[in-house]
Structures are given as structure tokens and as C-alpha cells.
Design a protein around this ligand. Structure first.
Ligand code: BG6
Length: 605
């Protein structure tokens, strides 16, 4: 997945390059194989600079700050079509340098279009699908000299999910289209802009216009017009004031966004609980789950891990038949058996993950679009717009690629829904009071355990192989702990159900091999036998659980959580493991915010 940004002012500006660089920095989490920027003056002079590497390096080496003009485009690339190379970096010119543009997403017929358009005389400089988008626009522009028409005709050539920005050097406006990848419009006092995501907009303006798939926008520095890409008909849509704070896109006093976002979890959890307590949306959402004979909760990556924990909460507390499913596996596994009375809860921080959009498209095709409930962090995202009912995570912007505060708010939201269902059935008991403790419990865990996490991070800095095991409520926590360790420290770590470990994986144990056990007090007897299986073979058992003499005596390392409430242990144990993964990564000398090969939101298959 990549990030695009385009802006237009009235007059040429000597700080345009600085604006483009800052906007690109705010999109780094979307892709950091390569980066480029182009500035165009009112006279149509274009200066395009791009290369492989991170924004801070490329912008300094190619002197982005020198770029001047009244309009500009920047692009961050996460490679899919074409290796990370200067020729495949974006933006791209067309054959005769009359157009310049960039895209985000995935044009799946790239190879065929390069062949077909080359046969018509187009000259390609690389293999990138972003370049194909510019040439598809050029194909029509060459015939009619009308960029508005070219935008509408190009969609007939381009297959896949994408968004793009384009401008004609001899023109005086920008065009941008949303065809399956995220794109927002921002309206400022003396400029208008588009971008893949809000962090690169909010530092300039909080007046946001959401765009839907199948729409495109033509704009200059003071006017914009949204149109249907199919019919060209005008769509009226006014800006809304975004409540998101731009400071989310800055690290503050923290070394990395990830550490900042781990420490923001108590506040963001409180914000979510306050919202849920006051919202009219929770009860009807819970009622649907309670009434549903079968509910699939569907996500990718960390969001899938949250689905696993959510399923335990909903089954055990709400007695709701809910099943966690990996988004990319849903159609092959359940596509034929999905029923009209099934409920599908789609959960996604970005609301743009392609695997989720594929599930949305399958359900829509089956006439089941109305069965979709959404849980999203990014308001205005595709998943939010296409869910019949949704609940927000309210985590604010999450910049680090590895999910932390959005993950904990996902599982807290599922816990709140499970308790809401239990309340409806008259069986909530003291659960509501425990739920209200969650922000404080998270804060206590961070304050009380970050030291131990940092010490372990240092002790295991040379370790590249470990397991994290959970049981019942903490199984999803073990999966997420492993995800964090792999995703940012690059150490191999497998998350597994602790009772399964003896069926094969136990063979991996050698002296000192580290195995983390995440346990509630209620499951400690079961966990004790799983710990003993490893320690009696000289493995190292590191147990994260509420205080327990038995667990402490049996473990090589005991890491006591500050709160013992069973339903909070899945949350608190992950918070500790987030801290461990973060410190392990920093000890290894890696960047926890932008791990190699990863991207915050994958909008390709
Ligand atoms: C991956 C990220 O690309 O997408 C993961 O690296 C994330 O951290 C996963 O959990 C799912 O993202 P989302 O936005 O659908 O929750």
C-alpha cells in the first residue's frame, strides 16, 4: 500500500517543497521503499525528484525543499509492481511530459497494459503500476486534450483497487479519483488538497471532505467539484470539521510513535468507554449479536487476533455464537455456507484492508451487504461507509505500523459488547465495574511493568526464536504478542494454544529456549502443567499473570500483572508484551515504527 498527496495554491510558493516533504513524512507509515515529489509552476514548469529510500534520506539528498510552484504531488511507495528502484518510484510523467501523476493501490492488469499501450507508442520507463495509471490517462488525453474526460475513460482500462492524482502541466488544476483505495479531500484557507490519509492533511487543515469509491474530484486552490466517475454527474458534499488532533502525527517526547501509542492506551481506552456509555449505538449493536444464530468476526493481522479474544468474550460472557475468521480465508472457507441470517462483524483499524474489502464485496454480491457490522478506527473509511452499522475505536491516529492502542481498544470494545449482551440477559454482575477499571489497569501495567519489559528486552536482544502461549481468554493475546515480536523485532515467534504445544512443537525446546505463558488465575492449574512440560526439559518459562505463588514457583521468570480480574488479563498481558516487543526491537537496533517489508494498511491481495 502506498500514500499519495496533492495540493494546489493560487500563486507559486518557494515553500512548496517543504510542504510536500512534511506531508510525505506524515504518510511514511503507508510505505517507505521509495519516495518522490513533483512541483509545477503556474507557467507549467515541472521539477520531479524521486528515488529509493526513506523520506528523510531522499528529501535531503535530492533537496526537496528547493521545489517551487503552485501545485505539487508527493508519493510514498510500498512495492508491489516493480522492484524498489528509481524508475519505479512515483510520481511519473507520461510519454511526452504533458501529464504528471501518482497512485496508491494495485492495478492488477499492469503487465498487460504496459504491453498494449507500448504497442500504441507509449514509452514506459519502469514496471510500476503507478506509471501505467498515468499512461492510461494519457491514452485519452492525447486524443481529446480533456483531462476530465481522460479520468472517466481511464477507469475502463484500469482494473484493481487504486486511487490517483493527476495534473496537466499546461493546466491549472488537479484531478484525483477514488477507486478502492483511500482518498480524502482537505479544504484550506488558500489551498485545496487530497491525500490517502488524514495525518498528512490535519497539520494543514481539519476541514475534510470524504470521498467514496467511484468518485473523482477536480480542484484548484479555491474550488472543488466531486463527480461520479461513471456518469460525470456532479455530487454536492460539504467539508466537515475533523475532531482528530494533528498532534497524533507527532512523537511528542517519545523516541518512537509506537512507545507514544502504547502509553496513550489508558486515555484512548477511557475515551472509548466514555463514548460507549453515552452512545445509542451500543445496545442495538449488542442486540443484533444476541439475536444472531451465527456471527463471524472477521479481520486481518492484529485485528484478527482481536477477533479471537472477542470471540471468547462474546461466547463466554454473552453466550453469543461467534466465530473468528481470518479475512483472507473467509470466502474460500465460508463463501458457500454463509446464510442470510448470519451476522458478519468486520473489524479493521484502517477500514481499508483489501482482505476485508474482498469480504465486503463477496457479501454484497450475495445480497448480504445488510448483514455487515463494522468496527473501525478511521472514520470515513471504506469499511465504515459500507457497514450498515458500525462502532468506532476512538484510538485517534495510529502512526506506528504495528497496532497497539487500536488493538487494545478493539478487545475492550468486544468486552463491552459482551457485557452489554450479558446485561440484557441479567447476568452482567460485577463485570461492568471491572470494565470501568480497564484504563486504570492498563496505566498500572505500563507504569509497573515497563522496567521489567525493558530488562527482558535487553536480556533477549540476541534471541531470534521464541514462543508465546495462551489458554482460553489469553489465546488471542498470545497470537498478538507473537505478532508484535515478529512484526517489529524480526525475531521468529509463534503464538499458540498452550495445550497444543505438547503435540509437536515441544520438540523445539532446548536448554534456555524462551516460552512466554500468558495466564489468568482461573487457568493456572492447566498452565502449570504446560509450564512444567517445558521447564522439566530445561526450557525457560516466562509467565505473565496476576500474582500467584504456584505459578511463580514453577516459572523461570515470573511477571506479575497489577490486576487479577480474569476478563482484564487478555488486555493487560498484551500491554506487557507490547512493551517487551518494543524494547527488544530498540535493543536490536531496529525502528519499531516502520518495520521492513510491512505497511500500516495493505490494500493489495
Ligand atoms: C497489516 C499491519 O498490514 O494490516 C498490521 O501490518 C495490521 O499491523 C493489519 O494489524 C490489519 O490492518 P487493519 O487496518 O485492517 O486493522
Amino acid at each position: 500500500m502506498c500514500g499519495i498527496f496533492g495540493i494546489m495554491y493560487a500563486e507559486d510558493r518557494s515553500d512548496l517543497g517543504t510542504v510536500l516533504t512534511k506531508a510525505a513524512e506524515c504518510l511514511t507509515y503507508r510505505g517507505y521503499d521509495s519516495v518522490g515529489a513533483v512541483a509545477v509552476t503556474r507557467q507549467g514548469q515541472a521539477d520531479l525528484r524521486k528515488d529509493v529510500g526513506k523520506i528523510e534520506d531522499v528529501a535531503a539528498r535530492l533537496k526537496f525543499h528547493e521545489l517551487e510552484g503552485n501545485r505539487g504531488i508527493a508519493q510514498l511507495r510500498w512495492a508491489t509492481f516493480g522492484v524498489p528502484a528509481q524508475r519505479n518510484a512515483q510520481p511519473h510523467f507520461d510519454t511526452h511530459h504533458r501529464l504528471v501523476g501518482a497512485h496508491n493501490g494495485n492495478v492488477i492488469n499492469t503487465v498487460q497494459l504496459i504491453r498494449d499501450l507500448s504497442a500504441k507508442g507509449h514509452i514506459f520507463r519502469g514496471e510500476n503500476d503507478g506509471e501505467v495509471v498515468v499512461h492510461a490517462l494519457e491514452e485519452s488525453y492525447n486524443k481529446h486534450g480533456d483531462l476530465d474526460r481522460a479520468v472517466r475513460e481511464a477507469r475502463l482500462l484500469l482494473k484493481g483497487d487504486y486511487a490517483f492524482i493527476i495534473t496537466a502541466l499546461d493546466g491549472d488544476r488537479l484531478f484525483a479519483a477514488k477507486m478502492g483505495s483511500s482518498l480524502y479531500l482537505g479544504v484550506g484557507p488558500d489551498f485545496i488538497l487530497v491525500s490517502s490519509d488524514l495525518p498528512s492533511i490535519l497539520w494543514l487543515t481539519n476541514r475534510i471532505v470524504t470521498l467514496n469509491d467511484g468518485e473523482y474530484v477536480e480542484f484548484n486552490q479555491e474550488h472543488y467539484e466531486i463527480r461520479s466517475i461513471e456518469t460525470g454527474s456532479k455530487i454536492e458534499r460539504l467539508p466537515i470539521e475533523s475532531k482528530l488532533s494533528p498532534d497524533s502525527a507527532s512523537k511528542g517526547d517519545y523516541a518512537f510513535f509506537m512507545q507514544k501509542e502504547i502509553h496513550e492506551q489508558p486515555d484512548r481506552c477511557q475515551a472509548l468507554l466514555d463514548f460507549l456509555a453515552a452512545s445509542e449505538e451500543v445496545r442495538p449493536f449488542a442486540e443484533e449479536l444476541a439475536a444472531s444464530k451465527r456471527t463471524y468476526i472477521i479481520g486481518s493481522g492484529s485485528s484478527y487476533n482481536a477477533c479471537v479474544i472477542g470471540s471468547y468474550y462474546l461466547n463466554r460472557i454473552g453466550a453469543c455464537s461467534t466465530y473468528p475468521v481470518v479475512a483472507s480465508a473467509f470466502s474460500e472457507h465460508f463463501g458457500e455456507s454463509i446464510r442470510p441470517d448470519d451476522t458478519c462483524v468486520l473489524i479493521s483499524q484502517s477500514g481499508e484492508t483489501k482482505d476485508l474489502i474482498n469480504v465486503l464485496n463477496l457479501l454484497t454480491k450475495r445480497g448480504l451487504a445488510n448483514n455487515v457490522l463494522g468496527v473501525v478506527n478511521v472514520l470515513g473509511s471504506t469499511l465504515m461507509m459500507r457497514s450498515r452499522r458500525y462502532l468506532p475505536l476512538l484510538s485517534n491516529l495510529e502512526i506506528a505500523v504495528a497496532a497497539t492502542k487500536t488493538f487494545t481498544n478493539q478487545i475492550v470494545l468486544f468486552l463491552a459488547l459482551a457485557i452489554e449482551v450479558a446485561k440484557m440477559k441479567g447476568r452482567a454482575g460485577t463485570l461492568i465495574k471491572i470494565l470501568q477499571k480497564t484504563p486504570r489497569a492498563i496505566a498500572d501495567t505500563i507504569a509497573g511493568m515497563e522496567g521489567a519489559a525493558a530488562e527482558l528486552g535487553s536480556r533477549y536482544r540476541d534471541c531470534n526464536d521464541m514462543y508465546t502461549l495462551g489458554y482460553s481468554l489469553t489465546y488471542g493475546s498470545a497470537l498478538e504478542a507473537a505478532q508484535k515480536i515478529k512484526e517489529i523485532s524480526y525475531a521468529h515467534c509463534e503464538g499458540m494454544y498452550s495445550a497444543e504445544f505438547k503435540h509437536g512443537p515441544l520438540a523445539i525446546i532446548t536448554e534456555g529456549y524462551p516460552v512466554f505463558y500468558l495466564s489468568t488465575l482461573e487457568d493456572r492449574q492447566m498452565m502449570l502443567s504446560h509450564i512444567n512440560e517445558v521447564t522439566c526439559r530445561q526450557g525457560t518459562a516466562l509467565t505473565v499473570s496476576p500474582p500467584s505463588e504456584e505459578l511463580e514457583k514453577s516459572s523461570s521468570v515470573f511477571l506479575p500483572l497489577p490486576h487479577a480480574d480474569q476478563i482484564l488479563v487478555p488486555v493487560l498481558s498484551v500491554v506487557f508484551m507490547q512493551l517487551f516487543a518494543y524494547h527488544l526491537t530498540v535493543e536490536k537496533g531496529f525502528d519499531p515504527d516502520y518495520p521492513r517489508n510491512c505497511s500500516k494498511t495493505i490494500t493489495v491481495d
